[in-house]
Ligand binder design. Structure first.
Ligand code: MIC
Ligand code: SF4
Length: 640
């Protein structure tokens, strides 16, 4: 039988295992990317492995998250990242050059290759036909050192696109529709592969919007074919030599098929506080809006911002709305400046931000209390904007720009004549803000500031885990709940003792102190625990506070892998109803002597006397990692 695109790329990179859904496989990684908020840890870990130069075809270190320099911390981190990149053979994209996913798509992505990134939106590269996967920093560090990346062979969902988007309906509406259909849990253990006549009607940046936000489905990644549209894009980026065709065989099989007719879609929004809480703009109605933010790795391409400029041209932003715009890359920004579109945006009254993640990760532009904010981003989790009671709606650039003009949520179809935007035949190319690594690494001194604290390591697993239930939470807990970001906390990403003080701070401000006082313990959760970001700090900081195991109904993929990497035991209830047998503060005792041998472990609630079973569901390799107290210890043990 023929192969689909996912099978083709995995097959050509397979190092171990069989391509049977659910089974552990490992693959070779061609390219890696890191960003600054996860990168400092990833490079400290890479350094600890003692590999002098990266063994990938290409590794790039971006600075795009921690760009607000309100103290020495972020600037020190940038300097550390620049010098360590230079020393170890890594390209360094300077602050100001743009958001990692946007720049990587423009300048580095190659169809058919594998890309591992320490950021959950790495699947953006799937818009070019890459197998682009988000992971924790430690997994990326291993890949930079030439090691394999382990994952469970996902199922492949075929999303068949037919028809063509109508004017004012955009790529964002395609992925919002898919989120409506599949939900934020629907993609767990799956890769989404797009096909059908509709694919040809979508440009590479539009495809990338769709694969980017596929992360919100919980999917391992998403991928488009590489076709003549991909070639056009790569030609316009002067990279046609890297193009290869990539398509599924005619008789390829899939585990699931979903059909979407592009012609039938309408402008949509994801309502607070989840990306799958999707409704048509018209159904939500004209609610007053106080802030509009345009940008992020989902929607800040040249065509996105040209359409926004076209809508704003000759008009003024509504007096009750603050409109913030952050172009996705320096390429986009400079092109807008040179062709005059930036002038139209400024004249309309927009506030122009630097090319970076910015408001998407709460780095500035937190809205006013209780405000409604319409954003072209990919996540609207409660509190992520930096304002606890703000209501974030996710929408396309078209909806966002129309709303900025009227002051109420607005269907852009009411704007009248459509703003056509042509894909440029040639993008403006200037890679001078990407610094190549040093030719002579011995000349490079790695500069570390006082914000960079050594990496804490876990200890070996004892035969019995005992402690108190430090916290009990519901379904869909995000890594933003576990380890909040924002302008105040993000600068502490290289300082685990300091950042751990903020673990679960938005859920229960006493968590860190209680955890320390009781010498650690357990966290209990519902379904899809750890959805969202790839930040390994959501495992590393709880580990530092003494969290030994997390017991849930189910986990999100990247977070579960991060827990294993740092020696925290991820357990799921054999019978979901046993979730009710634990209350916060109950003392638990888990016998883990059978780890790696038996399928189920026994949990005793020593406060109530109740007993029940949990499943570790670990591969042999993962059990050994947990026993060693995490991947770093495990690797050291193997090497000695
Ligand atoms: C995010 O969108 O939440 C982030 C910030 O990009 C994270 C990475 C991080 O927490 O550093 C992600 O998506 O992985
Ligand atoms: Fe940056 Fe937001 Fe994209 Fe994360 S989702 S990489 S914070 S722009």
């Amino acid at each position: 039988m023929g192969q689909n695109i996912v099978q083709k790329i995995i097959d050509s990179h397979l190092l171990s295992g069989e391509m049977v859904p659910g089974q552990e496989i490992s693959i070779r990684i061609d390219q890696t990317l890191t960003q600054d908020a996860t990168g400092t840890m990833a490079y400290l870990q890479f350094e600890a492995m003692g590999v002098p130069r990266v063994k990938t075809k290409l590794s790039v270190s971006y600075v795009d998250h921690n760009t607000l320099q309100t103290g020495f911390e972020n600037a020190d981190d940038h300097r550390f990242l620049q010098t360590i990149a230079s020393k170890h053979g890594i390209y360094f994209s300077r602050p100001g050059n743009g958001i990692c996913h946007q720049v990587h798509l423009e300048r580095f992505g190659i169809p058919g290759m594998t890309l591992l990134g320490s950021d959950s939106h790495t699947p953006t590269g799937g818009g070019l036909g890459m197998l682009a996967i988000g992971a924790g920093g430690l997994d990326v560090a291993v890949a930079m050192g030439g090691g394999p990346f382990y994952l469970n062979m996902p199922k492949v969902v075929n999303v068949k696109l037919s028809g063509k988007l109508r004017p004012w309906v955009s790529a964002k509406d395609v992925i919002l529709e898919l989120l409506r259909i599949m939900s934020v849990k629907g993609g767990v253990g799956k890769i989404v592969e797009y096909s059908g006549e509709g694919v040809k009607t979508l440009s590479v940046p539009e495809r990338a919007t769709i694969t980017n936000m596929g992360a919100e489905l919980g999917a391992t990644t998403s991928v488009f074919p590489s076709d003549e549209i991909t070639l056009e894009f790569m030609k316009a980026q002067k990279r046609q030599k890297d193009w290869v065709e990539l398509k599924a065989d005619p008789d390829a099989a899939y585990d699931e098929v979903i059909e979407i007719n592009l012609s039938e879609l309408e402008p949509m929004v994801a309502q607070p506080h989840s990306p799958d809480n999707v409704a048509k703009v018209n159904e939500v109605g004209s609610i007053p809006v106080q802030q509009v933010a345009i940008g992020s790795c989902t929607n800040s391409s040249y065509t996105d911002l040209m359409r926004v400029a076209g809508i704003l041209k000759g008009r003024k932003v509504h007096p009750n709305v603050s409109l913030a715009i952050a172009p996705g890359s320096r390429q986009v920004f400079e092109m807008l400046a040179r062709n005059g579109a930036l002038g139209d945006i400024i004249a309309a009254g927009a506030r122009i931000l630097e090319t970076a993640c910015g408001p998407c990760i709460g780095m500035g532009q937190s809205p006013s209390s209780g405000a409604v904010t319409v954003r072209t981003f990919n996540r609207n989790f409660e509190g992520r904007s930096g304002t606890a009671d703000a209501k974030v709606y996710l929408a396309s650039p078209e909806v966002a720009a129309a709303t900025a003009l009227t002051g109420v949520l607005t269907d852009p179809q009411t704007l009248g004549e459509f703003v056509e935007v042509e894909m440029p035949e040639e993008f403006l190319i200037d890679d001078s803000m990407v610094l190549p690594p040093a030719e002579d690494p011995s000349q490079v001194e790695v500069l570390r500031g006082p914000n960079i604290k050594p990496l804490p390591v876990n200890s070996e697993l004892p035969p019995t885990l005992t402690g108190s239930t430090l916290l009990k939470v519901e379904d869909n807990i995000t890594t933003d709940h576990i380890m909040p970001a924002g302008a105040k906390i993000l600068p502490l990403r290289s300082n685990i003792p300091a950042i751990s003080q903020h673990v679960f701070s938005g859920v229960d401000a006493s968590f860190a102190d209680r955890a320390k006082a009781s010498g650690g313990g357990f966290v209990v959760g519902g379904h899809n625990y750890g959805q969202g970001s790839s930040r390994e700090h959501a495992a590393l900081a709880p580990m530092y506070l003494g969290v030994k195991a997390v017991i849930t109904k189910s986990f999100a993929r990247i977070h579960r892998a991060n827990l294993v990497n740092f020696g925290i035991l991820p357990l799921t209830f054999v019978d979901e109803k046993d979730y009710d047998k634990i209350s916060q503060a109950d003392n638990l005792e888990i016998d883990v002597t059978g780890l790696g041998i038996v399928e189920e472990l026994n949990v005793k609630n020593t406060t109530t006397g109740a007993e029940f079973k949990v499943r570790p569901d670990l591969t042999e390799r993962q059990s050994e990692i947990i026993k060693a107290g995490g991947l770093l210890n495990f690797t050291k043990k193997q090497n000695s």
